[in-house]
Design a protein. Structure first.
Lengths: 137, 137
DNA sequence: TATGAAAGACTAACTAA
DNA sequence: TTAGTTAGTCTTTCATA
C-alpha cells in the first residue's frame, strides 16, 4: 500500500467504472500498472468488492440499538441484515452495541423499523439519527 | 421500480462488475434492457454511484462529532472529507451533528484523527465507536 | 511497456405493446 | 409513445512478447 494505491482507491471509490486508462492518466502511470494494482488490491481484499451505493427511498438513517448484556449480538445482527431496508449492520464498541444503516421510502418506514427493533426482547433501547447529507472520501 | 429493477440492483450490489449480458441471462431479458434500466436507475439517482467497498487498514470506526451551534456544518464536512482515512462524512440529526466513518491502520491512527478533530474550534466534543463487525444487506 | 485479440458496452435503427 | 431487441461499431481490458 503506497500513495499510488491510495490514489487509485480514491478514484474508484468515487466512480468504480472509471476506465483504467483514465485512472492511469490521472495518477501519471500506465493502464497496465493500474490494472495490476487493482487486481492485487482485490486479491488482498483491500478492495472488498465492487458495488453500488443506492438510495431506493428518500430517507437514510442510523439506528443505534442498545442490546441486553447477555445477548448473542451476532445472531441479532444476522436477523437485522435480512430486513430489506437495512444496508449495513455494524457491531460496535460503546453503549449502543449495534448500529443499522437503513434506506427507507419515508420517515414512516424508518419508524416501522424502529418499532420492529424495539419489539425484540434483546433490544433495550434505540436512538435514531437521520442522515441529512453524505460526502464520500 | 419493479421487481426486475430490484433484481438488477441486487446483482450489482453483490458485484457491480457483472456484465450486462450475464445479468440479462440471470434475470431473463436482453442485454439492452439491462443497460437501459441501469442507465435509468443511475439517471434517477436510485443508483447513487458505482463504488468499491474497501478495508485499507485494520480498524474501522464511527467518530461522532458535536459541533458548535452557529457553525457552518457544510464547510466542516468538506474539510473532514479531505482527510485520507475518512470514507464518509454524514451530517445527521441529533446531538452529535457530524459522523465520520473512518478506515485506519490501527487504533493509534484513529486516536490521531480524534485529536485532529478536537483541535478544531468548531468541535465541542467527540464520541468514538470501533466497528467490530460489519454485515452487508 | 507496447500491441493485437477478446470481451464488453454503446449507437442507432427497428419492432412490439 | 415507451420499452425492448439486435446487429454493427467502438472502447476497454487482457495476454503476450
Amino acid at each position: 500500500m503506497d500513495d499510488l494505491d491510495r490514489e487509485i482507491l480514491s478514484i474508484l471509490r468515487r466512480d468504480a467504472r472509471t476506465p483504467y486508462t483514465e485512472i492511469a492518466d490521472e495518477v501519471g502511470t500506465s493502464e497496465g500498472t493500474v490494472r495490476n494494482r487493482v487486481e492485487r488490491l482485490t486479491e488482498e481484499e483491500i478492495i472488498e468488492r465492487f458495488t453500488i451505493a443506492t438510495q431506493t427511498g428518500n430517507v437514510k438513517a442510523m439506528i443505534e440499538i442498545e442490546v441486553d448484556v447477555d445477548v448473542d449480538h451476532s445472531a441479532l445482527a444476522d436477523a437485522f441484515v435480512e430486513w430489506a431496508e437495512v444496508d449495513f449492520v455494524w457491531e460496535v464498541s460503546g453503549e449502543e452495541d449495534v448500529v443499522l444503516i437503513v434506506d427507507c421510502a419515508d420517515t414512516g418506514e424508518v419508524n416501522d423499523l424502529i418499532t420492529r427493533a424495539r419489539e425484540r426482547d434483546e433490544v433495550m433501547g434505540t436512538k435514531t439519527r437521520l442522515i441529512l447529507e453524505e460526502r464520500v472520501g
